[in-house]
Design a protein around this ligand. Structure first.
Ligand code: AMP
Length: 292
C-alpha cells in the first residue's frame, strides 16, 4: 500500500500511472466499517483505489468539532493495509493508494477563494443548521476529483444529502466521473456507524437509538400505506418522538430531487438528525412508493 502525504508526490504518482479505472473514496479518516465497505466496493470494481484522508476544515461550522475530530492516520493506514492484503488474495494485481495531504496549503493554497454552490438541494435538511457545510463539501470534493481524476467515486448513503449534492454538482458541471452510493453500515444496536459515535457515553447512546428506531418505523409506514395515510401516521410519530428528545429535523422528501413528496414520487427519503449531548447524529432510509 502506497501512502502519499504531499500533493507533489501524489501528482507524480498520478501521472506515472496511465490506468483509467481508478476508484476513489474520499474520507476524513478515523475509519470504521462504513468507510471500509466503500473501499471494498471500489477495490472490486477498479484496478486502483485511491482513498483520501483529509479532515476538511471548510465543511465544519465555527462551533463544530473540527479541532477535536479524531485523527488516527497511523491506525487507518494499518486497517487499509490489512484490507488490501486480504483483498489481494483474490486480485493480486489491484492496489489501494492512500492520499493524506499533511499540509493545508496542498488543498487550500494561500488566498484560496473559489466556491461551488449547489443551490436548492442544499437549503433543507442538514443545510438549514449547517449553512456553509455543503459549500465546504463541494469545494473539497471537486478539488480531490481534479487531483485524483477517478472513473468512479464512492459515497455512503449514510450522508444521503451529501450524495445528492455531489451527484448534482457532477451533473451540472459535466464532470467526467460516475458517482456510486453504498448502503449504510450499522452497529448491532442499529445506530449507523459514524466517527462521532465515540463521543457518546453508553446512556447517551442508548437514548440516541430513538433515531434508527424512528427511521425504521417510518420506513414501515411508507412501505405499507398510501401516501396520505403514511403522512398522517408519520406526523403523529414525529410529534411523539420530537417531544421526547432533541431533534434537529425529521422529514420526508422525494429521494431523487429532495423536493416535497407527491402521489407520483417514486421513492421517499425519510431523514432525521438527532442532537445528543455530545454529538449530532444523522440517519435516513429510502422507501419505494408501492402505490405509484
Ligand atoms: P467521512 O469520513 O465521515 O467524511 O465519510 C466518508 C464517506 O464514508 C462518506 O461517503 C460517508 O457517507 C461514508 N460513510 C460514513 N459512515 C458510513 C456508514 N455508516 N455506512 C456507509 N457509509 C458511511
Amino acid at each position: 500500500m502506497k501512502i502519499f502525504k504531499t500533493l507533489r508526490e501524489f501528482n507524480d504518482f498520478r501521472v506515472s500511472i496511465n490506468k483509467e479505472d481508478i476508484g476513489f473514496v474520499p474520507t476524513m479518516g478515523n475509519l470504521h466499517k462504513g468507510h471500509i465497505s466503500l473501499i471494498e466496493h471500489s477495490f472490486l470494481n477498479n484496478s486502483i483505489t485511491v482513498v483520501s484522508i483529509f479532515v476538511n476544515p471548510t465543511q465544519f461550522g465555527p462551533n463544530e468539532d473540527f479541532a477535536i475530530y479524531p485523527r488516527t492516520l497511523y491506525k487507518d493506514c494499518e486497517e487499509i493495509h490489512g484490507l488490501e492484503m486480504k483483498l489481494q488474495r483474490k486480485d493480486p494485481e489491484k492496489e489501494i493508494i492512500v492520499f493524506s495531504p499533511d499540509s493545508m496549503n496542498d488543498v487550500y493554497p494561500e488566498g484560496f477563494s473559489t466556491k461551488i454552490i449547489v443551490s436548492g438541494v442544499t437549503d433543507k435538511l442538514c443545510g438549514v443548521k449547517r449553512p456553509n457545510h455543503f459549500e465546504g463539501v463541494t469545494i473539497v470534493v471537486y478539488k480531490l476529483f481534479s487531483l485524483v481524476n477517478p472513473k468512479i467515486a464512492y459515497f455512503g448513503k449514510k450522508d444521503y444529502q451529501q450524495f445528492i449534492v455531489i451527484k448534482k454538482m457532477v451533473r451540472d458541471l459535466s464532470l467526467p466521473v460516475e458517482i456510486e452510493s453504498c448502503p449504510i453500515i450499522r452497529a448491532e444496536d442499529g445506530l449507523a456507524l459514524s466517527s462521532r459515535n465515540q463521543y457518546l457515553t453508553p446512556p447517551e447512546r442508548e437514548k440516541a437509538l430513538i433515531l434508527p428506531k424512528t427511521i425504521n418505523a417510518s420506513n414501515y409506514l411508507f412501505s405499507k400505506n398510501s401516501l396520505k395515510v403514511a403522512l398522517e401516521k408519520f406526523n403523529s410519530l414525529k410529534a411523539d418522538v420530537m417531544s421526547k428528545g432533541k431533534w434537529e429535523y425529521l422529514e420526508v422528501y422525494d429521494a431523487e430531487s429532495l423536493e416535497p413528496v407527491t402521489e407520483k414520487t417514486i421513492s421517499f427519503l425519510i431523514a432525521g438528525a438527532y442532537q445528543s449531548t455530545a454529538a449530532r447524529l444523522i440517519d435516513n432510509t429510502v422507501v419505494k412508493n408501492n402505490y405509484v
